[in-house]
Design a protein around this ligand. Structure first.
Ligand code: GDP
Length: 482
């Protein structure tokens, strides 16, 4: 919502309909309240119940925060030093989310962990690896979401499919049983929902397993996925999810705008670039071109991009080089923001709209903030640029994405737009026809979902169990909320 005040100036709803808490120091995180001035669309309004639940979660995060007595008691329990009867030992339960892989993966994983924490009444603590503290502002007022040093499970960042305390392995080895859930629960369990998770690990998405997990004070979760479509499959969560998200396709939109605010350094990159290159255009089109590994520059992908954008009237068609009836310039301007590890696609697109006139007479500028050439892990300026570019994409009016990329998913969620998705070709030398399609929702795709019906206890098509969860158009076996 943006209002025009008496002086005729736009005023902005900087708290996004109550999604964001008031009272943060604006200088410590300029993006939190300034980003609304950079968005043309107001975004979806959060339901009142979600707003109240967020305020409750914030209170819980403060009550259970590192440094409190409740946190110390819970740590004692984890170290195995407190007896089961310690008064108040169970007053806070925790979810630690491991931060690994690319930035898009980390954002999806953290947002998923947050929603699971809200649904299960846990405090969320985020592993500070990979600059989680440097790239993002703190989301909860008056406390930190970063797991402090000295966590007793010293090697938690190395937990893997083989870790004996993983929920799946504990089930397999009968250390815990869903039919005899009682008082005897371990102090912690590791939830392995990485892309290689086993069938046992994915029993996480079943009600009877959630009943066991509910009693475990500490959960450590590893995922590189957006697991929320899986949470919609758990019958015990469905009613609450329905109240929190009256529009199911806006789950990630609300979660990502609530949690992820660029730190001041990254916000500087976003705001300066936007003001210099995008602010004056009448329309902005964002095109993230995700290049995986050492994939060569692909003329087919370039053709797919131009066919898609022209067919969907996002970019104008070009006149033939010697067309005698070049239209008069319309003074309409369009800015295209390309993001990619490589500069080739950007250079080609820019050249096309320089060398030939747009049939509509529009002036088309093509921009790309950086081309880092290869994905790098743990390099400081690398992820700051990636985060700035994701954010810049989210400030465009229309998005055209390449398939499978979590980088693009985050931009869609922040923007609150349904993208045009370029279909993944069966054969790299072939341009798919049609080249792209409008996605069914702006939600990210869960790439490694369960294929199991918990009630019937056998394999099933999980895209057919509840109406809100269907398969993705960019990955046929993936699941997304619609
Ligand atoms: P995904 O691998 O496409 O799902 O996305 P991720 O964000 O998880 O991982 C890709 C990583 O590669 C990013 O975090 C960046 O570090 C880097 N990267 C990929 N594409 C781009 C790009 O267009 N711009 C920048 N700056 N970095 C990119």
């Amino acid at each position: 919502l943006s209002l025009i005040d008496r002086k005729g100036e736009r005023s902005y709803d900087k708290l996004l309909g109550g999604l964001l808490a008031d009272g943060f120091d604006e200088r410590s995180c300029r993006s939190r309240y300034q980003s609304v001035m950079y968005r043309r669309r107001p975004g979806r309004r959060p339901p009142a119940y979600l707003v109240s639940k967020l305020r409750q979660q914030e209170a819980l995060q403060r009550r259970c925060s590192p440094g409190t007595a409740a946190y110390s008691r819970a740590l004692e329990q984890l170290r195995g030093k407190s007896g089961g009867d310690t008064a108040g030992a169970q007053d806070c339960k925790y979810l630690v989310s491991i931060s690994y892989r690319g930035l898009g993966n980390r954002i999806l994983a953290t947002a998923s962990a947050f929603l699971y924490a809200v649904l299960t009444g846990r405090a969320l603590l985020v592993d500070p690896s990979n600059e989680m503290g440097e790239l993002f502002c703190e989301p909860f007022p008056g406390t930190t979401w970063l797991l402090p040093p000295g966590f007793p499970l010293a090697s938690y960042t190395n937990f893997s499919i083989a870790t004996a305390e993983s929920y799946g392995n504990m089930l397999r080895n009968k250390v815990i049983r869903t039919d005899a859930a009682g008082d005897d629960v371990p102090a912690f369990s590791y939830v392995h929902l990485d892309h290689d998770a086993t069938e046992q690990d994915k029993l996480f998405f079943c009600d009877e397993d959630q009943r066991v997990l509910r009693n475990i004070p500490w959960l450590v979760m590893r995922t590189d996925n957006y697991i929320v479509p899986g949470l919609f499959l758990v019958a015990g969560f469905q009613e609450e999810l329905g109240r929190l998200f009256t529009e199911p396709d806006a789950v990630f939109h609300h979660a990502v705008r609530y949690l992820f605010h660029p730190s001041n350094h990254v916000w500087g990159l976003v705001a300066r670039y936007y003001d210099a290159y995008l602010a004056t255009a009448q329309q902005r089109v964002g095109i993230p071109v995700r290049v995986f590994g050492s994939q060569p520059n692909s003329p087919e992908l370039l053709e797919q991009i131009t066919r898609c954008t022209q067919k969907e009237r996002l970019l104008p068609e070009l006149l033939a080089a010697a067309d005698p009836v070049a239209p008069r310039p319309s003074r309409r301007t369009k800015a295209v923001l390309v993001t990619s590890l490589k500069s080739w696609y950007y250079e080609k697109l820019k050249g096309m709209y320089w060398e030939r006139a747009a049939a509509t007479g529009e002036a088309v500028s093509v921009q790309q903030p950086s081309h880092e050439e290869f994905q790098r892990f743990g390099a400081r300026s690398h992820d700051a640029k990636a985060w700035a570019e994701i954010y810049l994409l989210s400030l465009t009016d229309a998005l055209v994405t390449t398939a499978w990329s979590t980088f693009g998913y985050v931009a869609l969620g922040l923007a609150g737009v349904r993208p045009w998705v370029m279909y993944r070709p069966d054969n790299e030398t072939h341009v798919p026809d049609p080249p792209c399609g409008r996605d069914v929702s702006m939600e990210p795709c869960f790439h490694a979902p369960p294929f199991y019906d918990c009630r019937l206890k056998h394999g099933a098509d999980t895209g057919k169990i509840v109406p809100q969860v269907q398969h993705c158009i960019d990955m046929s076996w993936g699941l997304k909320i619609v």
